[in-house]
Ligand binder design. Structure first.
Ligand SMILES: C[S@@+](CC[C@H](N)C(=O)[O-])C[C@H]1O[C@@H](n2cnc3c(N)ncnc32)[C@H](O)[C@@H]1O
Length: 548
């Protein structure tokens, strides 16, 4: 190169694909023949070229944000001319360009924007691509020769640049999502120790890296600043992120929420949100949806780390005003099985009627066979351990291993089986103990077996669905799915003893044994609602719409 005016670009450090594209942009800028919006597009595509070069962007937490999303979020932070902006995991700098554009169009000079722009990335090549993008952007907007010295190669979670303390008006970005529940993305032990040293108890073992970026941003943002980071929806409900949510609620609660959904990134299907944190004294959270058909709305927040409830409220889950007498754990034990149970069963499931020398123990129950108060065994084909079955049964050899026999003994009892990752709580009653549950079903064993239909009716109720949705919003695969854990179900709310609850228990039993229509479900919903002291048609209708 060399013909370009006064650019401070480290050409040898750039990947060849990026260099080739950048040279084309330089030519267009020199010739001044290309439309400026098209040149901006080309500058933004430098980041995409970098992303394509990474061996595994998802495992590196390096999935870049589409520019229109970055623009939208910059607008939600209400960034003003003259303010400073930082993206602590900037990649190729898409948010920094969106923020620079906004301030430029509000009248801030390019020299001042350059001084007020900071960013970091642990990948040195991405830092060079970000610097290149910002330089080309400033040339596009009429000024060359400015430096973007605020863009650095660093890990702000462990060693933030020293001049970043309480320095920025706006912190924005899309930090890496590194789930600690997947082997591909777990932290090295050494890193976990460093995080523990820095954040103490807040850096729990399973907390996603993105939640730590929210936490770290609290130290970098100015007293009256704003933080807006894209995070996976799962951190809104995850127990591992609760201490961080509580800390944030104490010092800089959520005043806005952008709900992105699952289609924000082309190469990674992950449900995302961006909480907008500020010290503004607003009791309400303003919610914006990426999907244009959903209208912005305002919801109340509690400031106690219950972000799932904010999301549930925003998604229209009815607020509960139910008469609650006690928790499920007072009436039943709630457990889930580990993978061992799956491995035992995977060797012991056969098609019913198959000639076998092994003894039939019971029917196999899987999540796919359970609908609300409906067990579809024999009515629906099911896959288990990579095989298809019409009527799967569990069999056991003459002398099965001890631990398997022990487990079986514990499971062949009257119980309620609850499916997870559903829109309402889907459960069935096993009165005689002949259903053998496979993971991840949750098993509820009533202390008094005579209560089994009462408990099933409460679990299957509209109140149960709304409770689960607000407890667990965000922990499932989509913002509208709840993934229940046994520990959460322990706290499931039960109504007081009443003739209405008795009647609801009878209706639940009749639905499961004789089949249910929309009318019978509606009748059941009405009666169990009145057992909870609720006369609210909205809750009933919301629940009916969610039934499968
Ligand atoms: C999801 S990408 C997003 C990049 C950019 N903010 C965007 O939205 O296009 C996250 C970036 O964080 C970087 N990263 C990962 N761990 C980091 C860390 N501990 N500190 C700084 N950057 C990190 C990755 O290299 C990647 O470029």
């Amino acid at each position: 190169m060399g013909t370009e005016p006064n650019l401070k670009i480290n050409w040898p450090a750039l990947p060849s694909a990026v260099r080739v594209e950048a040279e084309k942009i330089v030519t267009d800028l020199l010739r001044k023949t290309q439309d400026s919006e098209l040149i901006l597009e080309s500058i933004l595509s430098l980041g995409r070229s970098r992303e394509k070069e990474l061996a595994d962007p998802v495992a590196d937490g390096a999935v870049y944000t589409p520019y229109p999303v970055a623009e939208k979020l910059v607008n939600h932070t209400n960034l003003q001319a003259g303010q400073s902006v930082c993206d602590p995991a900037m990649g190729a700098g898409v948010f920094l360009i969106a923020a620079a554009e906004k301030r430029f169009h509000l009248g801030q000079s390019i020299e001042s924007i350059a001084k007020q722009t900071a960013g970091a990335d642990i990948d040195a090549v991405s830092v060079e691509v970000a610097k290149l993008s910002m330089q080309l952007w400033s040339w596009l907007r009429g000024t060359t020769g400015v430096s973007f010295d605020g863009l650095v190669c660093a890990d702000p979670l462990i060693n933030p640049p020293t001049n970043w303390v309480k320095s920025f008006d706006v912190i924005i970005g899309n930090p890496p999502f590194l789930s600690q529940l997947k082997s591909r993305t777990t932290r090295h032990k050494n890193r976990s120790q460093k995080l523990k040293q820095r954040y103490g108890k807040l850096a729990t073992q399973y907390v996603d890296e993105s939640a730590l970026f929210l936490l770290a941003s609290l130290d970098m943002v100015k007293k009256k600043g704003t933080i807006c980071l894209i995070v996976p929806t799962s951190i809104f409900g995850a127990a591992s992120a609760r201490p961080i949510r509580e800390r944030i609620d104490e010092v800089m609660p959520m005043t806005g929420l952008w709900v992105g959904g699952r289609d924000v990134f082309t190469d990674a299907k992950v449900d995302v949100l961006a909480p907008i944190l500020s010290t503004e004294q607003k009791p309400l959270v303003h919610v914006y949806f990426q999907k244009s058909e959903m209208c912005p709305t305002e919801v109340k927040r509690e400031n106690n780390g219950s972000w799932g409830a904010i999301l549930a409220d925003a998604l229209g889950v009815p607020t509960l005003d139910a008469a609650i007498e006690k928790d499920l754990q007072r009436e039943a034990t709630v457990t889930a099985d580990f993978r061992d149970a799956y491995y035992w069963l995977s060797e012991r499931v056969e098609e019913n009627g198959f000639q076998t020398h092994r003894k039939k123990i019971g029917k196999l129950a899987t999540v796919g066979l359970i609908d609300p108060l409906t067990f579809k065994h024999g009515k629906k084909e099911v896959r288990f351990a990579k095989k298809k079955y019409s009527e799967p049964v569990v069999v056991a050899e003459h002398n099965p291993p001890n631990d398997f026999s022990e487990w079986l003994k514990r499971r062949r009892v009257p119980k309620i089986l609850v499916a997870t990752q559903t829109k309402v709580i889907e459960c069935v009653v096993d009165e005689i103990g002949d259903l053998i549950p496979s993971t991840p079903l949750i098993i509820i064993q009533p202390m008094n077996p005579n209560n089994i239909w009462h408990l099933a009716s409460a679990l299957s109720s509209p109140v149960g669905a709304a409770w689960a949705a607000s407890e667990a919003a965000g922990t499932g695969l989509g913002a509208n799915t709840v993934r229940l854990r046994a520990s959460q179900l322990n706290l499931f709310p039960l109504p007081a003893t009443s003739p209405e609850w008795d009647r609801a228990a009878d209706l639940a039993q009749s639905i499961q044994t004789q089949g249910g229509s929309e009318k019978t479900f509606r009748d059941f919903g009405l009666v169990i609602n009145s057992a909870y002291g609720i006369e609210d048609d909205d809750l009933l209708q919301w629940w009916i719409n969610r039934l499968p």
